[in-house]
Ligand binder design. Structure first.
Ligand code: HEC
Ligand code: HEC
Length: 164
């Protein structure tokens, strides 16, 4: 009699466990793959977010601006769209989880800040010390090195190497 009750209890426990596993499996199965990132839509949403405040300092409009503090909000978004994204041949997700724009969770975002510091040093210190350059204000930017690639080239592509 007692034995039978234990068996019943054990069966109930096993059934409950099975049900939980099945429920978990259902949740996993019904999880949708993330939709592909729509950069144009993300930018349109952000432009709406800054509407009327385009000329305000980015540091006042956004949450976590450390580097481009002097840029206006409008210019800040153009830096994201062209300066960063086009220059490296990536989309926003290279440095951001879409929507979590202020988060620093992706190391590439901090790398981009450090790259800006390096770029400012090249422009404001090193290039200024070189006499006899052609430009009165010689500059490098992200495109100078990256040329549409995440990793700047160390060699010319074979097709444009001088014949040797
Ligand atoms: C190469 C890396 C990189 C790419 C690509 C990039 N961002 Fe950023 N993003 C940054 C960095 C770095 C900052 C912080 C800048 C600072 O501290 O001044 C930032 C900040 C932002 C912020 C401000 C968030 C807040 O509230 O602080 C927004 C909005 C944003 N990015 C949108 C975009 C969008 C939209 C794209 C794609 C068109 C994009 N980013 C592409 C690196 C990137
Ligand atoms: C003087 C050349 C130079 C300039 C200018 C430059 N970069 Fe870079 N960048 C590099 C080099 C070199 C690497 C390292 C590549 C490697 O990992 O071998 C790199 C790597 C990066 C990476 C990491 C990419 C990845 O996926 O691993 C990011 C992000 C980046 N740069 C952003 C920028 C941004 C944004 C700018 C403009 C503000 C910029 N860089 C300007 C030379 C440069």
């Amino acid at each position: 009699m007692r034995d039978a009750r234990w068996k019943l209890l054990a069966t109930a426990v096993v059934l409950a466990a099975l049900q939980t596993t099945r429920a978990a499996a259902q949740v996993r199965d019904s999880a949708q793959a993330a939709p592909p990132f729509d950069q144009a839509a993300a930018l349109a949403e952000l432009r709406k977010f800054i509407a009327g405040r385009e000329e305000m300092p980015a540091v006042e409009v956004f949450n976590n601006v450390q580097q481009y503090r002097n840029a206006t909000a409008g210019r800040f978004l153009r830096i994201m769209e062209f300066g960063f994204t086009v220059a490296l041949g990536v989309d926003c997700t290279h440095c951001h989880r879409p929507g979590a724009w202020d988060s620093d969770e992706k190391p590439t975002k901090q790398i981009a800040r450090e790259m800006s510091v390096m770029m400012a040093a090249i422009n404001n210190e090193h290039l200024r010390r070189i006499p006899n350059l052609r430009s009165t204000n010689p500059q490098v930017n992200c495109t100078t090195c990256h040329r549409g690639q995440r990793r700047p080239a160390l060699e010319l592509p074979p097709t444009i190497r001088p014949p040797g």
